[in-house]
Design a protein around this ligand. Sequence first.
Ligand code: AMP
Ligand code: TRP
Length: 359
Amino acid sequence: MADSSASTSASAADRAKPRVLSGVQPSGRLHLGNYFGALRHFVPLQDSHDTFYCVVDLHAITVHQNAEELREAIYETAAAFLASGLRPDAAVLFNQSRVAAHSQLAWMFNCVARLGWLERMTQFKDKTASHRERASAGLYVYPTLMAADILCYRAGFVPVGEDQRQHLELTRDIAEKFNHDWCGGEEYFPLPEPLISQDAARIMSLRDGTKKMSKSDASDAACIYLSDDADTIASKLRKAKSDSEPLPGSETLDSQGRPRAGVRDARPEAWNLLGIWQAASGATWAETIERFAGKGFAQLKESLTEAVVAEVVPLGREINRHMADRGELERILADGAGRAEAVATPIVRGAAERMGLLL
Ligand code: AMP
Ligand code: TRP
């Protein structure tokens, strides 16, 4: 871990690099979608950008949690950051609740965001479809806290999965309105860009190719967790939903070698499994299609099992290794929170000042 003099000199050098922030909820059960859609993309950025990665524990409590399990899950998510290859001397790793600036800015943003904007958020609608009246107020304002996470560092880039695009658009709307309403149009907050990888940005459920892979799926077999062992992965992939046709050929790709518009929707399960194989193997779409064109699902599932086991099993092992040293995880999170706070506090204070607050 970096000592304080090392992190001071690193931050001086980092000032010239574009800033990145992303967050992952401490669900305790990170899955293949989290890894391919987000975590894996965090790693190369730590050397080219000034990176902040946080475990968003305040977002987790928008739905009820068991306190003991939440604490474990915060450490486990931090362990997954490390297992994926993030280095605490290169990236700032911390948990959100420890840096008060996030909550302070979130409140200011609650007063900037309009109800109409929040009403349009599809994630809130999806999560509360049948029980809106009983959802927490926190779940409703979840995106304003996410905007604060990003803007309290003035981050310009946010690596996320496709499902977070709408929240990023809201973040830009909030930044723009804040700049307009409180700063006379000066760009106090930059408008951040999402970094959404073209491939594997959306890993779908193994039981229903039209739904995203999610820890909240009712069926355990829908989701491959980073903690799954080789047998569990093999059995989930064997049972994965398929269709009755041979796998698609090269006519389904466009001139740039990407799936043509609409082809995925016609066979969601086939394209999801092909997409996972592609993400796990590092192949291009053209290579992927060439390898499996005209073959049956059995062959795809067999190679898929091999590729996914090779990615996930070592990750799970590394997560366990980091979890065994709680003291070290705690030191990393505490050090990261200190470095995060040093950046965020002056930015939030400046915003408070623009609003006439005496923070
Ligand atoms: P969450 O666990 O909801 O905090 O998500 C953490 C990160 O994983 C976010 O960047 C999400 O966009 C990404 N993510 C979650 N589920 C999926 C999925 N099924 N496919 C791709 N990315 C995902
Ligand atoms: N809302 C994100 C998700 O569910 C997690 C998140 C919270 C986040 N704050 C963020 C992602 C800031 C990127 C930047 O996946």
